[in-house]
Design a protein around this ligand. Structure first.
Ligand SMILES: Nc1ncnc2c1ncn2[C@@H]1O[C@H](COP(=O)(O)OP(=O)(O)OP(=O)(O)O)[C@@H](O)[C@H]1O
Ligand SMILES: [Mg+2]
Length: 545
């Protein structure tokens, strides 16, 4: 055993007002390993790694890198020391090209480079290496704002890699990636490990820990509780470490009622049986938009319908179009048999739609506003319709009830929602819809970054909404989630529905097969056009990570 680890953090403390983010955390990791950092939402994972990268100044504690104390005055200092990070909050500038984003802020002296052209030349190979994650293209000259969320995330990773790190911090970098993209990332990370890089990897996905990580440190209430060698503990124990009974302790005392949650936390309640005889509650006929081409589907009351397929095949576009956030260019949407055409999210809410976006920063939350206000946003439209003005007290009570149910960890409901941990922010995005009793629930990757315990509880609430008669349309980057939560899953490709998987056929393998085995001929048949000369994005896929 090596007694002097490459990285050692000891006694790290950080408080924000009344909230203790870190309560004396210790952490040690070796070069040439992939080291997972696990724990429930709000347990201090991001804060710990932000102390390492110099983004957060700790109240107390020490960081030793390669035997030398690291006392950064900011991220620039740690970058120079070889620590590079991808944070939960994304950092790309939409109007810059991908390549310009990659070289932005690269310390020229570190490479002895003064010439921006040379920096670009250094960045380009990373984009080429990740080409399969961009569906085979190298998007160097594309506007970052035009990429889908998964692709943007891959660019973030490239941006960290261009800085040539000795320590690479990935804070839930896979949360919005689909399988093919994760495959490429994992290949690269394995190569980096071979080269002696330390990769610190925060995730809530068990499969990723098993596939990639050598060691794992579990956080709880701002402190480390265990560090294990992944191959040496049974899978069940890992799940327990990630979630088991721990959620309750990660909430302020006032919210202790939320302690009741499933043991393993891995499996949400089964979906309500669809009333197959019932008339569809939501019917979409030949819907078209910028990236949608003649989409038709039906969802019955009580049914949870999934949207699967490779990433960026129109799933998000479909959900946004139904919510009135993206323009429709054709087609009909019927709600209970009557045509609806919401031209804005506000109109959609009044019609009975709820929408959980995949990008909480841009669409889901008013980040600078208080937690309570963010809860109140969606009910405003409904309230006006119902003519019942909610008092602040009732608003508080409703927000508290939801927070307790899905275990949202916050200091005060009056704090800006931006002070919540990433997973807790996402819980607000989802939870704020629960009291509105929507007829149709549109969800775009709602469980992104949510810990396993809360995820089970969240989908249990979704199942309850369905059981109460709502129609649920769920897009997800996680095939396992689709299998567990949905009654049927539609496979999308290039803005069209090309397949449906349901009943006994609904397994992860079947979803992968249906997503990957779309031949150009299938796609052509689906749209009634001549065969494309380009291979579909499916060709990037290898084995599972
Ligand atoms: N800037 C801040 N202001 C106030 N409180 C904060 C701030 N940053 C973090 N916190 C609080 O510190 C605690 C730990 O947050 P942190 O982001 O480290 O959690 P996490 O383990 O990364 O959770 P997640 O899995 O949800 O990302 C949370 O309760 C959070 O609300
Ligand atoms: Mg975090």
């Amino acid at each position: 055993m090596d007694t002097t680890p490459f990285l050692r953090m000891s006694g790290v403390r950080k408080r924000y007002g009344g909230v203790t983010a870190l309560a004396g955390a210790d952490f040690a990791a070796d070069a040439g390993t992939v080291h997972a950092v696990l724990g429930p939402n709000g347990s201090g994972k991001s804060t710990l790694l932000k102390v390492l990268t110099g983004v957060v100044a700790p109240d107390a504690g020490e960081v030793l890198l390669d035997g030398r104390p690291l006392r950064p005055r900011g991220p620039r200092d740690t970058l120079a020391a070889g620590v590079s990070a991808v944070y939960q909050e994304l950092s790309l500038i939409d109007d810059f090209t991908v390549l310009d984003n990659l070289v932005l802020g690269v310390e020229p002296t570190r490479f002895g480079l003064r010439d921006p052209r040379a920096a670009r030349a250094r960045a380009l190979p990373w984009l080429e290496r990740f080409a399969p994650a961009f569906g085979g293209r190298v998007p160097a000259g594309e506007r970052a704002g035009d990429l889908d969320p998964g692709e943007r995330q891959v660019v973030e990773v490239c941006k960290a890699l261009v800085r040539d790190p000795r320590v690479l911090v990935l804070d839930e970098a896979t949360a919005s990636l689909r399988r093919g993209q994760v495959d490429v990332l994992f290949e690269v990370l394995a190569e980096l490990r071979e080269q002696g890089v330390l990769v610190l990897f925060i995730t809530h996905r068990l499969a990723e820990i098993l596939a990639l990580c050598d060691r794992a440190t579990v956080m709880r209430n701002g402190a480390d509780t265990a560090t294990v060698t992944v191959g040496e503990v049974p899978e069940r124990e890992l799940v327990e470490l990630m979630s088991g009974g721990a959620g309750a302790q990660d909430r302020p005392a006032g919210q202790a009622g939320a302690a009741a949650r499933p043991d393993s936390g891995a499996r949400p309640a089964p979906p309500a049986a669809p009333a197959s005889a019932a008339e569809p509650l939501l019917e979409v006929r030949e819907l078209s938009g910028a990236r949608l081409h003649g989409v038709s589907l039906q969802v019955r009351p009580g049914e949870v319908l999934g949207l699967g397929g490779l990433q960026g095949q129109g799933q998000s576009d479909l959900l946004a179009a139904l919510f009135g956030a993206d323009r429709r260019t054709g087609g009909t949407v019927l709600l209970n048999g009557a045509p609806v055409h919401p031209r804005s999210p506000k109109q959609a809410v009044r019609a009975g739609f709820a929408y959980v976006p995949g990008n909480r920063g841009a669409q889901g939350l008013a980040l600078g506003r208080p937690v309570l206000e963010n809860f109140a946003l969606p009910s405003v439209g409904r309230r006006a319709v119902l003519g019942a003005a909610l008092s602040r007290r009732r608003e508080l009570a409703a927000a508290r009830a939801v927070a307790e149910r899905i275990g949202i960890r916050y200091g005060s409901l009056d704090d800006p929602v931006s002070t919540l941990s990433g997973g807790n922010q996402q819980k607000v995005v989802v939870g704020k819809w629960f009291p509105t009793e929507p007829a149709v629930v549109l969800m775009d990757d709602p469980a992104k970054g949510v810990d396993v315990g809360a995820k089970a509880e969240m989908f249990a609430v979704v199942a309850e909404l369905a059981a109460a008669g709502a129609a649920v349309l769920l897009g997800s980057s996680d095939d396992r989630e689709l299998v567990e939560v949905c009654d049927r899953v539609l496979i999308m490709f290039e803005g069209r529905i090309v397949d449906e998987v349901s009943g006994d056929r609904l397994t992860e393998d079947a979803l992968i097969a249906a997503s990957m085995h779309i031949t150009p001929a299938d796609a052509t048949a689906a749209r009634g056009l001549p065969a494309p000369d380009r291979e579909p994005a499916a060709s990037d896929g290898g084995g599972r990570p």
